[in-house]
Design a binder for this molecule. Structure first.
Ligand code: SIN
Length: 547
């Protein structure tokens, strides 16, 4: 592998490249679904940053929402999704998701997905803001890993190659068309090009932007930042969902305590042992996520503690162990027996409703670039995602983005350039204290731009970001951690600037200075774009109404 300094200032010519028809970036539910759909349509390559099975999908506990129960209907599922989305969901998108999701869930069963059952009937659980028991689950609370297992088996059967430990650094865009990605090869530490006639971005979430998150460490928002740098429209980036109950056990990493625990009867109590949710919302523990997260933050403030507790004992000793085996094992491992005592919890960053704006076939504003899953924004979730709609989204839009990409290649003649130049990769002495900077920044985001936002704090973050970004870009980047830091800064910038621009509170976006929704802003979305002003990076935001 050779990297030749090019004549153009600070660009490298990348001479090491491989090519395919369809490049899928990400190995979660959306990426795998897209790959399966495309398997016999051309040469497909799946790229994953870490090991092939490490993604947000694998950690999903609660399950997958599907209106398959006797008392349920797609009408009710649509209604609940729209209500959770607080006036920001696109009805057409919600309807097609809940309807198309049903045959896709049935297909999973055909492929061997082992949903939990009572006798021969599927076992549905309830989660917050669902008006029916409609959440399917596997091995109690291990739905995500069963999803990865089922889809990966399929990918293997179809002989689709997966290139793991390969972080995509940037999208290759030439003459306005996406033609692949520049990738960091973990073995050599060098940048390579993967040329592709169409790219499906399915790179998952961004929870690592915050110090407190339910997401795994791979979720550094890489896809969001890459698409933004490439000129994609980034929609509704202010809408970040905070899951109310992540465990905070001494010495343990954060671990999600599924909403299904509350759906099955778990109760929240404060440090004084008193239940509090009924004082905040008539649905108490099953109120929408944003309401529960804010109530917990308020209880922590009132009691001066940095946690509340989830009491699982109302479920009964046997049920705890049998229905939530992973949660039970995790708590036990860190010295808390949920059958005997309440589990300490607090909210954490969980899911981004915003992302790369796409239509219903995953098409972005950049020809050749398609996006699906958490990195995309189809306006399915609006301002707040209904629990367990994300695996469903991954199935439906993974497959739709694949169809979008196929149609694109049927219509377009795509050829690859002879030479590839890349400016982003610049070996340097390394960023000083990269890890420490990252930790400090994530803590700042948690304190200044999380569950409850204050404009003064948001403005402070904008100023700091300007300086950090300049430092980073002028130093040169070549290591995985350095690119992750850049991505986290740029995603933070999108979140913070979009939050400042939305002059109201709505769904997951809560501003202390403007605590209520402004009816005039319902249905108005924000599109952020990369721009340069006076030689510096700037986020430009425009408003559109498309609901
Ligand atoms: C959970 O199990 O609480 C998470 C489910 C989701 O975020 O959809």
């Amino acid at each position: 592998m050779k990297q030749v300094p090019a004549s153009r200032s600070s660009s490298l010519e990348i001479s090491d490249s491989l090519s395919c028809d369809y490049l899928i970036i990400g190995g979660g539910v959306a990426g795998l679904s897209a790959a399966i759909e495309l398997a016999d349509k051309g040469k497909v390559l799946i790229l994953t940053k870490d090991s092939a099975d490490e993604s947000n999908t694998g950690y999903a506990q609660g399950g997958i929402a599907a209106a398959l129960g006797r008392e349920d209907s797609t009408y009710l599922h649509t209604k609940d999704t729209m209500a959770a989305g607080a006036g920001m969901c696109r009805h057409e998108v919600v309807l097609l998701t809940v309807e198309e999701g049903i045959p896709l869930v049935r297909r999973l069963i055909k492929w061997g997905f082992k949903f939990d059952r009572i006798g021969r009937r599927l076992d549905f659980t309830r989660e917050a803001a669902h008006s029916a028991r409609r959440i399917l689950h596997a091995y109690g609370d291990a739905t995500g890993s069963e999803m990865v297992r089922t889809l990966s088996d399929r990918v293997q059967k179809l002989n689709i190659p997966v290139k793991s430990f390969s972080m995509a650094l940037d999208l290759l865009v030439k003459d306005g068309r996406c033609l692949g990605a520049v990738v960091l090869d973990a073995a050599s530490g060098q940048a390579k090009a993967v040329l592709a006639k169409a790219v499906v971005l399915a790179s998952g979430g961004l929870g690592m932007v915050y110090a407190e998150t339910s997401n795994p460490t791979v979720a550094t928002g890489d896809g969001f930042a890459m698409a933004y740098r490439a000129g994609a429209e980034m929609a509704d980036m202010e809408f970040i969902q905070f899951h109310p109950t992540t465990s905070c056990l001494p010495g343990a990493p954060r671990f999600l305590i599924s909403e299904a625990v509350r759906g099955e009867g778990g109760k929240l109590v404060n440090a004084r042992g008193a239940r509090f949710m009924s004082g905040y919302h008539p649905q108490a523990e099953l109120a929408p996520r944003d309401v529960v997260s804010r109530a917990i933050v308020e209880e922590m403030r009132r009691t001066g503690e940095d946690q509340v507790y989830l009491d699982m004992r109302p479920l009964g000793r046997e049920r705890i162990k049998q229905r939530f085996p992973s949660i039970y094992r995790f708590c036990q491992q860190y010295g808390v027996d949920p059958r005997e005592q309440p589990v300490p919890v607090r909210p954490s960053a969980h899911f981004s409703m915003g992302g790369v704006r796409t239509d219903i076939y995953g098409r972005t504003n950049i020809p050749g670039l398609f996006a699906c899953g958490e990195v995309a924004c189809t306006f399915l979730h609006g301002a707040n995602r209904l629990a367990s709609n994300s695996l469903l989204e991954g199935l439906v839009f993974g497959s739709r983005a694949a169809r979008g990409a196929m149609a694109y290649l049927e219509e377009e003649e795509v050829s690859f350039p002879d030479k590839i130049f890349y400016r982003g990769f610049k070996p340097s002495g390394g960023i000083e204290d990269c890890d420490a900077r990252l930790d400090k920044w994530r803590q700042r985001m948690w304190e200044g731009a999380a569950v409850v936002k204050e404009p003064r704090e948001l403005r402070k973050l904008v100023r700091l970001l300007g300086k950090e970004l300049e430092m980073l870009i002028s130093s040169g980047l070549s290591k995985k951690e350095e690119f992750e830091l850049l991505n986290i800064y740029q995603v933070s910038s999108l979140i913070v600037q979009s939050a400042l621009k939305r002059m109201e509170s709505r769904g997951s976006h809560f501003r202390k200075d403007l605590p209520r929704p402004d009816p005039a802003l319902a249905g108005w979305h924000q599109l952020a774009r990369y721009a340069r002003k006076r030689g510096k990076e700037a986020v430009v935001i425009e408003r559109i109404n498309i609901t």
